[in-house]
Design a protein around this ligand. Structure first.
Ligand code: NAG
Ligand code: NAG
Length: 451
């Protein structure tokens, strides 16, 4: 990952921010190539913050400078980690949720295009492997930030799901208040945010395929900081998820190649169904947490820095459905988060190997300004599969400056989270296969390119 703005010490950074403020948008005008149409079960995946983001230059709220971007992303990752950790916990954690609810729906990291209704209305959906719900901002939604919401009244195939439908009982916190005229309403609340939706059905077109009577939450109200700028494609494994709803068509199998967010000429793909999936690929078994069926747990047994397996207490990596502890793969977190003992072991060995003066920047504590830094590869060791990450998956580089940082972090101080999250930067330029029927996840190196 190469950065557009040199990384600087905090004081110089503040100055650079000021200087950048005026020209920042003008410098972001690469010519973005037209992407081929989605077809044959394959969709183009774009990075929400990339130079060719379909969300436009704001990239769903990204700050215009690199340092600001890193700090923003680190804060987003923190609140998402706390949200995922709260999902993973069977009983409530000992702490109250301290994060804002901005990650309830998530600020998107990767988005795909879809069409909903008759005639079809274009939508952007965030790819989210840790959510089941399909939320779509609807016209008239109070507090939604969507610039282009779905308008149910313009679709002849739109139907609200009635309260009496069995689907209604599957929706979280479903309710049938009198003013909804028998339509199933449901809601989600986390920290300071809440979302209220009408359970609905309409025809969804993805990758050239039509999903008739696709069930989704038509958002009516968002409060707090959860205001979603776009819809959500829930690729989790739970009952109402996109995967479950398209079981006959795609057999609960998909893979993606997530492009680096600096890419102009490369986009990634989301491939739905068994067709065209890699046949020869290293895999590790999926673990099932009966309490949190949507999360993709895997058994990470160790981490190597260079050739050395670092010393991590077994309790930091062990899977425990009772507490939610273990390791999940997530497309919506940007930089891998490890529980403190695991992160410290990795970080200390990286620092020892590099052997240069260390500094911190924007939420990352292992940065080096020396241009001659030789970064060791980091290998994630899973049962049956080892994934050796090259520098591009391990290091954040500045383009013009010489600063580079280890692109991982620990859980925030004072919060006893138990979840390790393998995030999108560590998955970039790999084909990651989610094969639910065979209970496995696969990894293979691949340069993400448009089909
Ligand atoms: C993208 O491709 C175009 C045309 O092939 C080329 O001119 C341009 O330099 C490429 N951009 C990058 C960033 O590689
Ligand atoms: C994870 O792998 C370790 C090492 O092979 C094993 O001891 C442990 O039982 C596995 N955990 C689960 C939940 O399969």
């Amino acid at each position: 990952m190469r950065m557009g703005v040199p990384m600087l010490c905090p004081m110089a950074l503040a100055l650079a921010l000021l200087l950048l403020a005026s020209g920042a948008t003008a410098s972001h005008s690469p010519s973005c190539p037209a992407t081929p149409p989605d077809a044959g079960g394959t969709l183009q995946v774009s990075h929400a913050f990339g130079p060719c983001s379909p969300l436009g230059s704001s990239g769903g709220g990204a700050s215009p400078s690199w340092a600001g971007f890193l700090a923003d992303q680190s804060a987003r990752d923190t609140s998402r980690l706390l949200y995922l950790d709260s999902l993973a916990a069977v009983r409530g954690r000992a702490y109250a949720p301290i994060a804002s609810g901005r990650q309830l729906l998530q600020t998107p990291t990767y988005v795909v295009r879809a069409r909903l209704g008759t005639p079809a209305q274009e939508l952007l959906l965030a790819v989210d492997t840790s959510n089941d719900a399909a939320w779509i901002p609807c016209a008239g939604c109070a507090g939604c930030a969507a610039s282009n919401p779905f308008t149910p009244s313009s679709s002849s195939s739109y139907r609200p799901v009635p309260c009496a439908s069995p689907l209604c009982t599957q929706a979280p916190n479903s309710a049938c208040p009198p003013n909804t005229r028998g339509a199933c309403g449901f809601s989600l609340t986390y920290a300071d945010s809440s979302l209220v939706a009408t359970l609905s059905q309409d025809s969804l077109t993805v990758a050239g395929d039509v999903v008739k009577a696709y069930t989704f939450g038509c958002l009516q109200r968002a409060t707090g900081t959860a205001a979603p700028p776009q819809g959500l494609l829930g690729l989790g494994r739970g009952p109402l998820s996109f995967l479950s709803q398209t079981k006959d068509m795609y057999e609960e199998t998909f893979s993606y190649c997530l492009p680096s967010f600096k890419s102009v000429n490369f986009s990634g793909t989301l491939r739905l169904g068994k067709k065209g999936q890699p046949q020869r690929i290293k895999t590790t078994p999926l673990l099932a947490n009966p309490h949190r069926s949507s999360l993709y747990y895997v058994n990470m047994t160790g981490i190597r820095v260079g050739k050395k397996v670092v010393t991590i207490p077994a309790s930091a990596l062990g899977f425990d459905p009772a507490t939610g502890a273990g390791t999940v793969l997530d497309s919506g977190t940007m930089f891998t988060r490890l529980v403190a003992p695991a992160y410290l072991a990795v970080r200390d060995e990286v620092r020892r190997r590099v052997g240069k003066p260390v500094s911190s920047l924007g939420g990352f504590d292992t940065c080096f300004t020396d241009p001659a830094v030789k970064w060791p590869p980091v290998t994630l060791m899973f049962v049956g599969m080892q994934v050796t990450l090259p520098e591009e998956n391990v290091v954040i580089h500045s383009t013009y400056g010489t600063t580079s940082c280890l692109a991982m972090a620990a859980a925030p101080d004072g919060v006893n989270t138990v979840l390790n999250v393998i995030a999108s930067m560590q998955q970039q330029n790999h084909r990651v296969l989610f094969d639910v029927p065979n209970g496995r996840v696969g990894f293979a190196r691949e340069r993400c390119t448009a089909i």
